[in-house]
Ligand binder design. Structure first.
Ligand SMILES: C[S@@+](CC[C@H](N)C(=O)[O-])C[C@H]1O[C@@H](n2cnc3c(N)ncnc32)[C@H](O)[C@@H]1O
Length: 295
């Protein structure tokens, strides 16, 4: 399987610093089980050849490789060489969970969506948290669907950030989540990208054959959720908060980032509160008609 594409910078606003790549990997620890479950539900299975678009550090690629097994193969493509370097290094160490057995072959290539070509069609094109970053996701979906063999699968997952909140409400964690939502908005991120996947598929003339939505949540004891919230806040506060006055006021209220995790953990433990994270929405189309598509 080969992929080619223009060597331009992707529009991914958080960049690919080592801190952001670490954040993506942490985020993957929370969402990978959800992604794996959704991919299986959509019909990804043993022996398939899969293209993972906007693969970043490779977490979805590795999850898919676990599903397709030793007779299948997964290629991850991304526009960012720094992300691909991390993905390749992880693959050389055995994938997301070093030592994992029974996985399909993985490979990674640089390509910029939607300009992707393949030597032969794949059984499935998949992607997580990528369509929301593209200026024209409908055209991208249409063009990607041409890379799938007739009867193959197109599966995309994105976040709906609207559920993001603390219950019962607490002041510090509430301010951090609000700041994250504000910074994402300032940054141009579509907070409802997940919920919008359904209509994007319709617009691309890929009527959804199924969808799923899962919302992770956890309290002070959760090993991933609070560190992920703090790391997201840290990444966004350096990137987008410079431009938003309201957000700047919020960051002053939140205070020192290095002590934030401990302060939030104590607050949430005391309030016996739970943090509700963005919903992972997955939409898929099994594409019996794809050979006919020309637009
Ligand atoms: C939020 S990350 C998601 C990474 C991975 N799919 C995951 O879920 O861990 C979005 C990725 O999409 C890539 N991306 C954004 N626009 C792209 C484009 N036009 N072509 C290829 N990759 C792109 C970025 O470089 C980034 O690695």
């Amino acid at each position: 399987m080969t992929a080619t594409g223009a060597r331009e910078e992707s529009g991914y606003s958080l960049g690919h610093s080592p801190t952001e790549i670490d954040r993506l990997v942490l985020q993957a620890r929370l969402y990978d089980p959800i992604t794996t479950q959704a991919l299986r539900l959509a019909g990804l299975g043993s022996g398939m050849r899969v293209l993972d678009v906007g693969c970043g550090a490779g977490d979805v690629t590795f999850a898919a490789a676990g599903i397709v097994g030793p007779t299948g193969a997964v290629t991850g493509i991304d526009a960012a060489p720094a992300a691909l370097e991390v993905a390749r290094a992880r693959a050389a160490r055995g994938g997301a969970e070093p030592g994992g057995e029974g996985e399909g072959a993985v490979s990674f290539r640089e390509a910029t969506l939607p300009d992707v070509t393949l030597e032969e069609p794949v059984d499935a094109v998949i992607g997580r948290l990528v369509l929301g970053h593209l200026p024209d996701p409908v055209t991208a979906l249409r063009r990607l669907s041409r890379l799938v063999r007739p009867g193959g699968l197109i599966v995309f997952q994105d976040f709906d950030n609207h559920p993001l909140r603390v219950v019962p409400a607490t002041s510090l964690a509430g301010a951090v989540l609000q700041a994250i939502a504000e910074a994402l908005t300032v940054d141009g991120t579509d907070l409802g990208a997940g919920a919008r996947l359904y209509s994007l598929f319709q617009e691309a003339e890929l009527p959804p054959s199924g969808l799923s939505a899962t919302t992770p949540m956890g309290g002070a004891e959760d090993a991933v959720i609070l560190p992920l919230v703090v790391q997201t806040y840290r990444a966004l506060s350096t990137a987008a908060f410079r431009t938003g006055l309201r957000a700047r006021e919020t960051t002053r209220r939140i205070g020192d980032v290095d002590s934030l995790l401990d302060r939030m953990r104590s607050e949430i433990a005391e309030a016996r509160a739970v943090v509700i994270m963005p919903t992972a929405v997955t939409v898929w189309n099994s594409a019996p008609e794809c050979a006919k598509r020309t637009s």
